[in-house]
Design a protein around this ligand. Structure first.
Ligand code: NAD
Length: 497
């Protein structure tokens, strides 16, 4: 079965005006499983014009009315979870459990968006005798979201439901590598009752993204993807005085102290680096092992557990990486480390058996580095590879973590609260874990790395309260009503019963 993903404009599928398409391949076989529209400025402008026309009536609905449509959308996603998850397995290569979680986690943000009437109010205060000041939120207008391949459902849902309930019209640009999932969401847009032009999808690559960034009618752009592109998008948007939040890549460090709980730490480290084949911005990349543990050898326990992972797309299995070039890049990091004298404790480059002959399969790889300057210790690999480095002191561990150019996540494994506090007050990352290797802050907490690092550019955070700020502008209204004349007051009338 091959699906052609057309743009979704004005609640209708529209072919790209230039007639160009790219192939969508399955990472499990590298066979073509679909075609994706490659749109340009004309397509983006068409979607923007529809969104601009839809904005006045959409934004004048009450927030509760918009949330009611979102609630319907939430129920439809729940109903279609299995169908959406199957598409994620097909085009992204996650295992089925990870794919269902992709949908369920994305739907949690939808659920949060449904609660916005309860949490997104402005402020009101009597600031002087007879003078009130109120601060009210206004939607920005037409906003856009450019998203990566690794979470085909969840990442588009980080932004769009919140922006929509706040009264914006949203254009999503899915990753051209995984357009099938959002293509299936288009029918849910109609079924939920979104009016034409409110929630649209335009497919494409860099040209399409540039048209989005350069459109004078798009007020804000949220971006999630690799650091170099995040920087390009943020710089361009800033140059145009456009609101932007651009999340980039990651190099997450886990630090294990000798008193860390053995079972939990081993299980968590392996799940963190190998889950979703390491293609998560929250995946463990570097494990810093502090000192020696007299009871057990953490490193060999981690290697033993990772060795047992089986390739495939059933529950608990390790899926393929997204494409052949990604596989080659990952192998390149392992080769570089080997050349510099690192020990390859577990070598996943040539799996003995693979579920298909032609997929982008890699088994887990664990590298024990001897040189701090190995590229694999510093650059984002985005594959099932764990770099281990042994240190003698806490300060050495912190110096390595603080010295990395990214700032998405970091985690400490220990059984002592004071030790955990020492590390969490010193890590240089936006999302921290204590005995939690994937420390994703869910709603009502906002998701995002640290500014001033390669993991984040622009303004604000991408989910939750950060998104409420990002997708609205605050208008301050100061009011003084003349006091009523005494004859207007008349006789006092009782209020209520
Ligand atoms: P990518 O940067 O290659 O692509 C992301 C999006 O940008 C895609 O939609 C793509 O079409 C578009 N794009 C490509 N070239 C562009 C250009 N020149 N200008 C504007 N847009 C362009 O990223 P990817 O490979 O799809 O995703 C993996 C990356 O995303 C990893 O680096 C990962 O860490 C990161 N990521 C980060 C987070 C986070 O929260 N920080 C979350 C998920 C993924």
């Amino acid at each position: 079965m091959s699906t052609t993903c057309l743009n979704w404009i004005d609640n209708k599928y529209e072919p790209p005006i230039g007639g160009e398409y790219c192939d969508v391949t399955s990472p499990m076989t590298n066979e073509v499983v679909g075609k994706c529209a490659v749109s340009g400025a004309a397509d983006v402008n068409k979607a923007v014009d529809c969104a601009t026309a839809a904005f006045p009536s959409w934004s004048s609905l009450t927030m509760k009315a918009r949330a009611a449509i979102m609630l319907k959308f939430h129920a439809l996603v729940k109903r279609d979870t299995q169908k959406l998850a199957e598409l994620i397995v097909l085009e992204n290569g996650k295992n089925m459990v990870e794919a269902v979680a992709d949908v369920a986690k994305g739907n949690e943000t939808v659920e949060y968006a449904c609660s916005l009437p309860q949490v997104a109010q402005g402020k009101n205060l009597t600031v002087s005798r007879g003078i009130d000041c109120r601060d009210t939120r206004r939607p920005l207008g037409v906003v856009a979201s450019i998203v990566p391949f690794n979470f085909p459902f969840m990442v588009p849902m980080w932004t769009s439901p919140i922006a929509l309930v706040l009264g914006n019209c949203v254009i999503v640009k899915p990753s051209e590598k995984v357009p099938l999932t959002m293509n299936a969401v288009c029918s849910l847009v109609v079924e939920a009752g979104f009016p034409p032009g409110v929630f649209q999808f335009v497919h494409g690559m860099a040209d399409c993204c540039n048209a989005i960034i350069e459109s004078p009618k798009i007020s804000a752009v949220s971006f999630v993807g690799s650091s170099p592109i995040a920087k390009i998008v943020a710089d361009k948007c800033r140059g145009l005085n456009k609101r932007v939040v651009a999340l980039g890549g990651a190099k997450n460090h886990l630090v294990a102290l000798p008193d860390a709980d053995k079972e939990g730490t081993v299980r968590d480290v392996v799940a963190s680096f190998a889950g979703a084949s390491g293609q998560r911005c929250m995946a463990a990349s570097v494990l810093l092992v502090v000192g020696e543990n007299k009871e057990y050898d953490l490193i060999s326990e981690v290697v033993e557990r990772a060795k047992n992972l089986v390739l495939g797309t059933a529950a608990g299995e390790l899926g393929p990486v997204i494409d052949a070039s990604s596989k080659d890049k990952i192998i390149g990091y392992i080769e570089d480390s080997e050349k510099s004298g690192a020990e390859i404790l577990l070598d996943g480059r040539n799996p003995a058996t693979t579920p298909t002959a032609s997929g982008n399969w890699l088994s887990p790889t664990i590298i024990l580095h001897k040189s701090k300057s190995d590229k694999a210790l510093h650059e984002e690999i985005f594959g099932p590879v764990l770099s281990i480095y042994k240190v003698n002191t806490w300060n050495e561990a912190i110096a390595i973590e603080n010295g990395n150019a990214f700032g998405n996540a970091a985690c400490i494994y220990t059984s002592k609260g004071g030790s955990a506090d020492w590390f969490t007050s010193r890590f240089r990352a936006g999302m921290l874990g204590v005995n939690v290797g994937i420390p994703v802050p869910r709603e009502p907490f906002a998701f995002g790395g640290l500014y001033g690092t390669l993991s984040k550019y622009g303004d604000g955070d991408i989910t939750s309260e950060g998104a409420i700020e990002f997708f609205t502008t605050r208008i301050k209204i100061t009011t003084r009503w003349p006091a009523p004349l005494s004859e207007e007051v008349g006789e006092e009338v009782g209020i209520g019963g």
